[in-house]
Design a protein around this ligand. Structure first.
Ligand code: WCA
Length: 569
């Protein structure tokens, strides 16, 4: 029996009966120390175990039937109003797959690097790449040239696809690059042209895929250090999309109009908008990037009813949307960072007709791991991220003793599920530090489950800053700071911020005689990183507090920054 089948059998057994050690209310088994999902999937949401199934086939097999697909709108461009039906989407995926395979010689296992903001083409590109067995790796178009070069190198990309305005960042990599959209440059080929010019009569030989093949390599900082490639196989996406379809069905969201400003290059946006929602036949209004006013306009213009969002956007809606008619909204989701009780309550007070559900997930778990099934449950538990999704197990591990803890006790969240990543690309050390030998994913988040099995994330053990739902790794910024000739030592910590969640703050030890200013430090870092990673506050200090082993004592610096704020009040 495979580890996953074992998990399944154990869960079935628990949900079927009530062994003496298993608490059916919290899902906690006091014998094993494991929490199991209390939700059982019905037959229509069974996990697909066919070994040769791939992500694209799985998505396309659920597209609306041909007669309905010609009129059913899959995607709408928020700015231009241009619409793409499911039938058009299917055709463009097929044509692009043909062009990539026959025209460019892309084959199974080749890595395709995608550098573009959201667009109507994004889902087509993802599905065409996956359908020929190639591997997708996506990046934030705001990343700098050096961040992009590192990812191209690390992922082993064979071909790149770039938005025209980002092309300059790829030139030095030497990787052959296609543009997403047509330009007047006659020497460059675009995805749009490939779609228009491929020969529909050309056969695509079956890619001979297996669910265990790699589908995507998404970059995440994990619990420490710099960006690492998270290996996600087709099986992981197929499992995640099964759960997404289940969540759409149980929340009756099939006919919702979704709004997408979340970046499709991250797992949250990718799983929802570029892949998963298409299996539910929903309509998505696509924004190229977030803009608060454009979001309000789109909600009204397209009668948007469902927005998977992040906390800063929900805070914005609470504070700044009084003059707008948002009566079409029915459901708002929150993920990627903690949503405070106050913001959640403020939102419910202002929009009593809207269901607000928080979830919790990581790139390493291919997206969501917990979710609220009903709005009533969510209302009664502001501050919680919901319950474990079907087929998920968890442990709450005492960070000192390593013991698995019962409800209402805090420890590190460990998770096991069919969606947990295979590992980090080419980094056995980081993989071993993150996935235990028996398959538990150590999340680096401090949490507890209550007596009803609802999860509360209370803090972060991992050294990661969450700015606007984006990860910022202190070690990466510290390395940049240390490269400045006037910086002797440096440490970066999170500072709480109402709008962005957290902002990175640097404590810097200046070299003797240096008159380096805060502004100079901020500018030095800003020139080398994507905007969301910028250091936004600087403090000068005589020495960085370190443990005897040389580890930065960040908690002390966080306390110091809080005391400095208080002393200024
Ligand atoms: C909508 C946000 C919250 C705000 O957008 P923004 O206001 O434009 O700010 P940005 O952070 O995008 O932009 C940073 C800077 O770049 C600038 N910028 C911006 N786009 C440009 C431009 N195209 N040109 C040039 N400058 C620009 C922008 O002006 C800004 O400049 P600055 O003034 O220096 O801060 C945006 O940050 C955002 O989409 N955040 C979400 C990130 C995200 O999806 N994270 C998910 C990671 S995966 C994960 O955790 C999964 C969890 C999960 C959980 C539960 C589930 O159910 C499922 C999944």
């Amino acid at each position: 029996m495979s580890a996953e089948e074992e998990l399944d059998a154990a869960a079935e057994q628990r949900l079927g009966g009530s062994p003496p050690d298993f608490d059916g209310r919290s899902g906690f088994d006091s014998r094993t120390g494991v929490y199991s999902s209390l939700i059982k999937l019905g037959d229509q949401h069974r996990f697909q175990t066919r070994p040769d199934l791939d992500t694209a086939t799985f998505v396309l097999s659920e597209f609306p039937a041909p007669d309905c697909a010609e009129s059913r709108v899959a995607l709408i461009d928020s700015a231009t109003g241009r619409r793409v039906t499911y039938a058009e989407l299917r055709r463009s995926i097929r044509m692009l797959a043909t062009g990539l395979y026959h025209g460019l010689g892309i084959r199974k296992g080749d890595v395709v690097f995608l550098l573009a903001p959201n667009s109507l083409l994004y889902p087509t590109i993802c599905l065409a790449v996956l359908s020929i067995g190639a591997v997708l790796t996506t990046a934030n178009p705001l990343n700098t040239q050096s961040e992009i070069s590192k990812q191209v190198d690390d992922s082993g990309a064979k071909v790149a696809i770039s938005a025209p305005e980002e092309l300059h960042k790829l030139l030095q990599t030497g990787v052959p690059t296609l543009l997403t959209h047509r330009t007047c440059d006659e020497n460059s080929l675009s995805i749009e042209e490939l779609i228009d010019c491929s020969d529909p009569a050309l056969e695509l030989p079956p890619a001979q895929m297996s669910q265990s093949d790699t589908a995507a390599i998404l970059y995440s900082s994990g619990t420490t250090g710099t960006s690492k490639g998270v290996i996600l196989t087709h099986a992981k996406f197929i499992a995640m999309m099964t759960l997404l379809k289940w969540s759409v069905d149980i929340t009756s969201s099939n006919n919702d109009v979704f709004l997408c400003f979340l970046p499709m290059f991250h797992i949250y946006g990718l799983a929802f908008f570029a892949l998963g929602l298409l299996r539910s036949g929903t309509t998505t209004v696509v924004m190229p990037r977030f803009d608060f006013k454009a979001m309000l306009d789109s909600i009204q213009a397209y009668q948007v009813s469902n927005i998977p969002a992040v906390p800063p956007v929900i805070l914005g809606l609470v504070k700044n949307s009084s003059s707008c008619d948002l009566s079409s909204l029915r459901r708002v989701g929150s993920g990627a960072a903690p949503l405070s009780k106050e913001v959640a309550e403020g939102f419910r007070e202002k929009f009593p007709w809207v269901e607000l559900r928080t979830g919790y997930g990581l790139t390493e778990s291919c997206g969501a791991a917990t979710y609220f099934v009903t709005d009533e449950q969510a209302k009664a538990r502001a501050g919680s991220s919901g319950r474990l999704l079907p087929r998920f197990c968890a442990k709450v591990v005492d960070t000192e003793t390593g013991l698995a803890l019962p409800p209402n006790r805090e420890g590190e969240l460990w998770m096991k599920s069919p969606t947990v990543m295979k590992g980090y690309l080419g980094n056995a050390e980081a993989t071993a530090a993150t996935i235990t030998s028996d398959g538990w994913l150590r999340t680096g988040d401090l949490c507890y489950f209550d007596e009803d099995g609802f999860l509360y994330i209370v803090d972060r053990i991992k050294e990661l800053i969450k700015h606007n739902g984006y990860q910022v790794a202190p070690a990466e910024l510290e390395a940049i700071l240390l490269s400045h000739p006037s910086v002797l030592d440096a440490a970066v910590i999170p500072v709480e911020d109402e709008a962005a969640g957290q902002i990175p703050m640097a404590y810097v030890v200046r070299a003797a005689g240096s008159e380096l200013t805060q502004q100079e430090v901020i500018q030095f870092v800003a020139g080398q990183v994507a905007p969301y990673k910028k250091v936004r506050k600087v403090g000068f200090i005589n020495a960085i507090p370190r443990s005897t082993a040389g580890k930065i004592l960040r908690k002390q610096l966080v306390l110091l920054s809080q005391q400095e704020v208080i002393s200024k009040l």
